[in-house]
Design a protein around this ligand. Structure first.
Ligand code: MG
Length: 362
């Protein structure tokens, strides 16, 4: 229980449902460093407006400090009713445990609106074209006539308790019951980010990894210049134990960093004769295999090459196609650019080539 002076608002978080469309417990699914349910609870626990946070669940859950528990019911409505019994504040926000992206700004708006209007239900306008089933066919709808409802839905506690006391059937949301037994709800604009996790795809993108890498090699005579797996005709080339392909090395380190794996110096030590003059793209292939072993995929990458001479613009397309094929993405998802350093430093004096890389992995 918070020591806040403000005791006007409690929250009921419903987490009793079976994730039939997910195939596993969606509330325990990882979301960043936390679970979906922990992320759902966080803004309620930190909101200055909300006093008690009541979690309705029968599952074992290592809840953060301050959460009160209520037993789950057989249906969503029975679970809400179970949570409502523990509500002591004049207003209550009822929220689905599977909506982890609710913001404190939305919570504040709902608290302000419900205090004035006795209910506050967030909605979104329909953005997709909609058709309605009619017999065997479909007819086009005017989507401006439709809204989608979100949670949390906020109510006068006594009124929503009365609506629940009067109902005999389960409803998928609370505004339906309120409108049936109390009166029309007050609707407020919701938040597109406040999406509900229903299917595994809904978490797609939420656990992306990012890595960065850097490499530099001195340029010397008698060596081939290798950049992104392409040999560039030029009198100087990278001094290295391997072929010295700096952008490929930077990209490998970016990938390894994203996966929290040891860097290329550890994986392919320059004391190992096996890597003497090796084509670095072969090493990149091994690194990409590590991505697949973790059931991850590279989704995009960006490489910057820093060198004074020669101009590499004529080779950029070939570099991009070569590198994209090696890491298994479409060339449009791979950016390669080259820049000089305006004659500044080792690179500017044509004594070295360097590369930076960024990668995102899902
Ligand atoms: Mg290197």
């Amino acid at each position: 229980m918070k020591s806040s002076m403000n005791k006007l608002f409690d929250a009921v978080i419903v987490a009793g449902g079976v994730s039939s469309r997910m195939g596993y417990d969606k509330l325990s699914a990882p979301l960043g460093e936390q679970t979906v349910l922990a992320r759902t609870l966080a803004p309620f626990l930190t909101s200055p407006q909300i006093n008690n946070v009541i979690l309705v669940t029968d599952k074992e859950f290592d809840a953060p400090e301050g959460v009160l528990f209520a037993p789950a019911g057989k249906t969503r409505s029975l679970s809400v009713l179970s949570g409502l019994k523990k509500v002591t504040a004049p207003f209550v926000l009822i929220h689905d445990g599977a909506r982890p992206f609710v913001t404190t700004a939305l919570l504040q708006k709902l608290c302000e609106e419900v205090a004035v209007h006795r209910s506050a239900v967030p909605y979104l306008p329909a953005t997709d074209t909609m058709r309605r089933r009619v017999g065997e066919g479909h007819e086009l709808c005017d989507r401006s006539e439709y809204i989608f409802l979100q949670t949390p839905q906020a109510f006068d506690t006594q009124e929503i308790k009365r609506a629940y006391a009067l109902t005999g059937q389960s409803e998928t949301d609370d505004s339906t019951l309120y409108e049936k037994h109390v009166g029309p709800c007050h609707y407020v604009e919701g938040d597109f980010a406040n999406k509900k996790i229903t299917r595994p795809e809904d978490l797609f993108g939420s656990n992306a990894l990012v890595g960065t890498g850097f490499d530099i090699h001195r340029l010397v005579e008698g060596r081939a210049m290798r950049l992104c797996g392409v040999t560039i005709p030029y009198p100087l080339g990278e001094e290295a134990h391997s072929d010295g392909d700096a952008p490929v090395h930077a990209l490998m380190d970016a990938i390894l960093t994203a996966l929290s794996l040891p860097d290329i110096g550890h994986l392919f030590p320059d004391t190992d004769p096996a890597y003497k003059d090796i084509d670095s793209t072969l090493l990149l292939t091994k690194v990409v295999r590590l991505v697949r072993e973790k059931n991850r995929q590279i989704i995009s990458a960006d490489v910057v090459i820093l060198l004074e001479k020669p101009k590499v613009a004529p080779f950029l397309t070939q570099m991009r196609n070569t590198l994209a094929a090696l890491i298994g993405i479409s060339p449009v998802k791979l950016g390669i650019s080259a820049t000089t350093t305006e004659k500044v430093g080792l690179i500017g004096q044509n004594q070295a080539v360097a590369a930076l890389a960024v990668v995102s992995i899902l």
